[in-house]
Design a protein around this ligand. Structure first.
Ligand code: GDP
Length: 329
């Protein structure tokens, strides 16, 4: 016995009234590979799109073990405690490969999971980072339509996933640990430029002194980067997610950021929308090209010829694109 799926219209209505089950269902449609589901998902997203300005999208990254889920739980609980509604999403391009992946593990964020004003959704799985990121992007729209006002997006930072998350958030936070004086090692290229605030976690117990030193070193390092266009000067904060210390300071910094950069924040969202338009066109063009039967057939043959230097890769590519174009007419 399968329960009848609710109609698109009733899903939209329920999402708008903040129903988490409807929200979950809509995200499942977004993540589906079934064409009917995707068409329904598009209808729902179209109805949910808005220019809401009272939301904040925060990206959180850091190496495994740095304390991302502990931190998100602490921040999430703090936020629901001050009356916010918090959604937690994730971008983990490896999630289809490893089962113990980001947010997938039920024991993570136990308290937040039970919180009525929190919504937690594991990373969509997908063949490409582009696909995974797009689904998360669409889920943000749905969460905001369901009246979640803070969206936390976690990423493990595999490959280009930080860049993808940076392209969908207002504020980007890097979680770090104090080490043995080599704090700047192991920071991936480009991360410092994206970072709006570095938060050094596990500032507790024996770690306190090392955290102070690390904080000085990171602050110094940040000065070597060119100033941000929006005028914001990235900060270095300390917290203990485990002991719930420094969490409200992190939130205050995010609020200060919003106040200080409000106009450029909304401007950035406009450009992010434009970016996702172009990105989606690119993704879909590729998918349609490779799904084309005529292309699949010709591609096989031409690949052999290209590999054996009978045809140049460039001419072969042109031929295939011409075939696809003809198919479209
Ligand atoms: P993630 O892999 O980045 O999500 O990290 P987790 O949140 O799973 O944390 C990894 C480990 O660090 C766990 O054993 C946590 O209990 C511990 N941990 C997280 N935050 C803190 C903290 O602020 N202080 C201390 N001492 N341990 C922490």
């Amino acid at each position: 016995f399968r329960k009848k799926q609710p109609s698109v219209a009733s899903l939209i209505q329920d999402i708008n009234s903040g129903d988490k089950i409807a929200l979950s269902r809509a995200i499942t449609l977004v993540e589906s590979k079934n064409r009917t589901h995707l068409a329904q998902a598009n209808q729902i997203i179209e109805a949910c799109i808005s220019n809401k300005k009272n939301t904040l999208r925060v990206g959180i990254t850091g190496v495994p073990g740095v304390g991302k889920s502990t931190f998100i739980e602490a921040l999430g609980k703090y936020l629901t405690g001050i009356g916010k509604k918090v959604a937690v999403l994730a971008v983990d391009p490896t999630s289809s490969l490893s089962s113990g992946s980001i947010l997938g593990d039920k024991t993570r964020m136990e308290a937040l999971v039970k919180d009525e004003n929190a919504f937690i959704r594991p990373s969509p799985s997908g063949d490409s980072l582009g696909g995974v990121a797009r689904k998360t992007r669409e889920s943000i729209i749905l969460c905001e339509a369901a009246n979640f006002d803070v969206i936390l997006i976690e990423t493990v930072g595999v490959g280009q996933s930080e860049t993808a998350v940076h392209g969908m958030v207002d504020f980007f936070l890097l979680l770090k640990l104090a080490g043995a004086g080599d704090e700047l090692q192991g920071i991936k290229r480009g991360i410092m430029e994206m970072t709006d605030t570095i938060v050094i976690n596990k500032a507790d117990g024996k770690n306190k002194q090392a955290t102070k030193l690390a904080s000085i070193e990171f602050t110094r390092a940040l000065h070597f980067y060119p100033p941000k266009e929006n005028g914001w000067i990235p900060m270095v904060l300390q917290c203990s997610a485990l002991e719930n210390e420094g969490i409200s300071e992190v939130w205050q910094t995010i609020i200060n950021f919003k106040k200080a950069t409000l106009n450029s924040m909304y401007e950035k969202r406009k450009y992010q929308n434009k970016f996702w338009l172009l990105q989606t066109i690119e993704d879909n063009l590729k998918i349609r090209f490779y799904e084309d039967d005529a292309i699949q057939e010709q591609l096989k043959q031409l690949t052999v010829q290209v590999m054996n230097a009978k045809v140049s890769p460039f001419v072969a590519a042109e031929q295939l694109l011409a075939i696809h174009q003809k198919e479209l007419k």
